[in-house]
Design a protein around this ligand. Structure first.
Ligand code: FAS
Ligand code: PHB
Length: 399
């Protein structure tokens, strides 16, 4: 079997890449180990940067996003019994973010790919994925389909969009790969709750007991997170204990956290991870396969979408014998990745309590938070990074 681009992984990166390539007349084979239902139900990110919304609109994928997405003009920072609003519109000249869950982005793109290219557009529930001959002009993608048939696809290029635990990144020889990583001594316990949000925009709360985040998924569904120890077991966190802890960390006079049935809960480790370069021969990494950020900056999903926004034109040109964009791909993306990696680290270390930390950490954090909410320069820096910096260029948003 032959194709122009083999894509490993049907998360946001792989799905969007297959669509952006199709818009450019480039055929691809997209394989995925999980089922469609699993991919669509996997609770992950919730906030789209300004550029991600523009990208999905330019790609013709934003009908439901335009109807159901909730535009937010800022966030709240809470600390020392105070809650302050950071006004993105005012600070960035009109840029905003949109609350629209990753699950919905995945559903929208799967539906579009299957409608455009039929049931074979995404091969779900494959096993035995392998990539080979990456340093040749005909790399191979091998997998066993759900019916037990073993396949080998000869490609012009392969896109490793298979996330942090995928097989693509490990296929790069260690001698040519530089990994930079930092594990944080805490994790996020996240819940999806059947209760109207107690806030109009996200609340990021610094508290002596640890960080808490109030996000949302719509007028009747809330999404909340709690900093917990990095070795916590979700079985030790019955729903009421979670609500009690959240209520304490968000407590403000005259304000109450509404509680309700918990629909989903999970614990996510926190790490910063960058693998460089994001290319080896004809293998190109995109999204979590190449980098991981702590979710405090709401960057993971947006970085994945930005990577493939650059990768699609690069692979289209490469297929036509013009390698320049493909040669620039890794450098271009890593520059954005490090900006988001720094911002995510900055938000994380400003808001989370390091276990066993002395009062110096707390005083430094409070000073930084007070500076951010009182200085226009400091608040502008947070606002432009949170809404997406650097903004995706018009060349990338013109499809
Ligand atoms: P993904 O991991 O989403 O997708 C990779 C796909 O490849 C998966 O479907 C996987 O099944 C498939 N795959 C793996 N191995 C394969 C193989 N061998 N063959 C074929 N397919 C294979 N980001 C935020 O911005 N905010 C958040 O709150 C947030 N919360 C998160 C919570 C969790 C538990 C996790 C793990 C991540 C979270 N993230 C969050 C980050 C997340 O949104 C990622 O950035 C985003 O999913 C990245 O998309 P992809 O790069 O497509 O990777
Ligand atoms: C979410 O809604 O899931 C979310 C929002 C902002 C973050 C992380 C997660 O920083």
């Amino acid at each position: 079997m032959r194709t122009q681009v083999g894509i490993v992984g049907a998360g946001p990166a792989g799905l969007l890449l297959s669509h952006l390539l199709a818009l450019r007349g480039i055929e691809s084979v997209l394989i995925e180990i999980r089922s469609r239902e699993y991919c669509e139900a996997r609770q992950r990110a919730g906030v789209l940067e300004d550029g991600s919304v523009r990208l999905l609109r330019a790609a013709g994928l934003a009908d439901r996003l335009n109807r159901q997405g909730i535009e937010h003009g800022g966030i709240y920072l809470q600390f020392a019994g105070e809650r302050h609003h950071i006004d993105f519109r005012e600070l960035t000249g009109g840029r905003t973010v949109t609350v629209y869950a990753q699950t919905e982005v995945v559903k929208d793109i799967i539906a579009r790919r299957l409608a455009d290219a039929g049931p074979e557009a995404i091969k779900f529930e494959v096993t035995g994925t392998e990539v080979a001959d990456l340093d040749t002009q005909q790399p191979k993608l091998r997998y066993t389909s759900k019916d037990g048939t073993r396949h080998e696809v000869t490609c012009d290029a392969i896109a490793g969009c298979d996330g942090f635990h995928g097989i693509s990144r490990p296929a790069i020889p260690p001698a040519v790969q530089a990994v930079t990583e930092r594990d944080y001594p805490y994790a996020w316990l996240g819940i999806l709750a059947d209760v109207p949000p107690s806030t109009d925009e996200l609340i990021y709360a610094h508290h002596p007991r640890g960080f808490a985040l109030h996000s949302l998924r719509g007028p009747t569904i809330s999404r909340l997170y709690l900093q917990v120890g990095s070795d916590e077991d979700i079985r030790d966190w019955p729903d009421q204990r979670i609500w009690d802890e959240l209520s304490e960390r968000f407590a403000l006079p005259g304000w109450e956290l509404k509680q309700g049935p918990v629909l989903d809960k999970s614990i996510t480790p926190m790490r910063s991870f960058v693998s460089s370069p994001m290319r080896y021969g004809r293998l190109f990494l995109a999204g979590d396969a190449a980098h991981i950020v702590p979710p405090t900056g709401a960057k993971g999903l947006n970085l994945a979408l930005a990577d493939v926004a650059y990768l699609a034109p690069a692979l289209a040109d490469l297929a036509r014998g013009q390698p320049e964009l493909a040669d620039q791909y890794s450098g271009t993306c890593l520059s954005r990745v490090w900006r988001s990696t720094h911002f995510s680290w900055w938000m994380t270390t400003m808001l989370h309590r390091t276990p066993g930390a002395d009062d110096m950490e707390r005083q430094l954090q409070l000073s930084q938070l007070r500076y951010v909410v009182s200085s226009q320069a400091a608040a502008t820096s947070l606002a432009e990074n949170y809404t997406g910096y650097p903004p995706l260029p018009a060349t990338i948003l013109t499809l």
